[in-house]
Design a binder for this molecule. Structure first.
Ligand code: NAD
Length: 419
């Protein structure tokens, strides 16, 4: 059972409180930003193939929309909670602010195991969810995207369901991002988060004068984000020495063939059983001898139990809230450089913003343009946060949070506090 002190929400609140203290926020604005604007729990009861009726809890949270409509992914896992969704929505408020896109923070959760669903049943659940929360989704309210357990097909079904509910073929404005290119999606969105992670690591190497080709990488999570990050970083010349997923972990100190591993993963749905590697326990991934550790799975994975054992000098947080505050403190004392989630994995929401502008302006961007803008934004934001941390002698997480919260506060005051 997850301890409340190690939950995604408690991590998000802790990080916000620290920033609020440093920024000396007044009580009303502090309370406003601590409390989500809207929290919804909707029970859906679809009938799946074979006639089986199910009861599924779903959640939508809009944390803050001072900078624009709420933006954030839909998480479909068997253990997602309203609290997780709230913590993740709060994180999205800071992420969109930090990366500089005109959105607020939101998130949705669907409490079901996607791996046990066939494509028809998954579509039924996605459409049932969309119908249930219809009033809370839309270009001016909350614009979903993929997160753990959801993908571009699901986004296509949400968009279709919204259009259908309005009785027209295509709704105006951007209802979802991360949808298929044929439906107005943008090239490169699927890979954007993983690639963005690698761009921040490359920016770090440039800052520190280190060579990416000398880096050994360990990754936890080999889904959308982790597999792209692994493949891209290997392409840059780094050695991916270990990868873990929910099924187990594999290690090869001489470097894993990431392309072969991905083929194996696509075929079997797991890294387990990959021939050209040694099998290790899933949680041993945190003890692997490496230079950079990339948590790309879920929240609260780096805790007091493993923070002392981590050998990497750098942690690039591809996942949301992977490090608990207590573990963060240990890592800081050990002088491990942590590239915080709201910076490291912001490539996805940045390219979602490009998709939004492409759709609203009826334009089309090439992959080269998308990647060029993503690379530039990730590098610039990494440098800004790294430099601020150096000037103030604070951690990168503290610098990122301070920057992000200050911008949201400025927007709240600019809009005015009445009525
Ligand atoms: P995904 O569902 O595609 O993949 C998740 C991966 O994590 C799978 O390989 C799964 O086996 C593994 N995993 C789950 N629990 C694990 C555990 N306890 N130990 C080891 N491995 C475990 O999800 P994704 O879209 O790749 O998202 C991964 C993380 O990145 C999440 O924290 C998500 O919130 C964050 N993120 C995703 C995006 C995006 O664009 N998809 C954007 C920003 C942040």
């Amino acid at each position: 059972m997850k301890q409340p002190a190690e939950s995604i929400l408690s991590t998000a609140i802790h990080n916000f409180r620290q920033a609020a203290k440093r920024l000396n926020l007044d009580e009303p604005i502090y309370q406003k930003l601590l409390t989500p604007r809207e929290k919804i729990e909707v029970n859906i009861n679809p009938t799946l193939s074979g006639g089986k009726a199910v009861n599924i809890k779903t959640f939508v949270v809009r944390h803050n929309d001072a900078l624009g409509p709420a933006k954030g992914g839909i998480r479909m896992t068997p253990d997602v909670t309203l609290d997780d969704t709230t913590g993740l929505a709060m994180e999205m408020t800071w992420k969109t602010s930090l990366i500089g896109v005109p959105f607020g923070g939101g998130k949705a959760g669907i409490r079901v195991e996607p791996a046990q669903l066939g494509p028809v049943d998954k579509e039924v659940i996605i459409r049932s969810f969309t119908r249930g929360v219809r009033r809370h989704i839309g270009p001016e309210i909350y614009i979903p995207a993929p997160d753990m357990g959801t993908n571009e097909t699901d986004m296509a079904h949400i968009r279709d369901c919204v259009s259908y509910s309005e009785g027209i073929s295509i709704t105006k404005g951007c209802v979802v991002t991360g949808k298929p290119v044929i439906l107005g999606g943008i090239v490169g969105r699927k890979e954007a988060t993983g690639k963005g992670v690698v761009y921040t690591i490359l920016a770090m190497c440039e800052k520190l004068g280190t060579d990416i080709r000398e880096m050994r990488i360990a990754l936890q999570g080999f889904g959308n984000v982790g597999s792209v990050a692994a493949e891209r970083i290997a392409h840059c010349g780094a050695k991916v020495v270990a990868v873990a997923d929910i099924s187990g972990a594999v290690i090869n100190p001489d470097g894993l063939d990431t392309e072969e591993l991905l083929k194996h993963y696509c075929k079997t749905g797991a890294v387990k059983g990959f021939k050209k590697a040694i099998k290790i326990d899933r949680d041993k991934i945190f003890e692997v001898d490496c230079d950079i550790l990339i948590p790309a799975a879920t929240g609260s994975q780096i805790t007091v139990k493993n923070a002392e054992k981590i050998k990497a000098n750098v942690i690039a947080e591809a996942a949301n809230a992977p490090t608990t505050p207590q573990a963060d403190e240990i890592l800081n004392k050990r002088r491990v450089l942590v590239i915080p989630d709201i910076l490291c994995n912001a490539g996805g929401v940045f390219v979602s913003y490009l998709e939004y502008t492409q759709e609203t302006q009826r334009e089309q961007m090439t992959l080269e343009q998308v990647e060029g803008r993503l690379a530039e934004r990730m590098k610039n934001r990494f440098n800004d946060v790294y430099d601020l941390a150096g000037q103030k002698q604070i951690t990168m997480r503290e610098a990122a949070m301070e920057t992000a919260v200050a911008k949201v506060v400025e927007a709240v005051y600019a809009r005015g506090l009445l009525p």
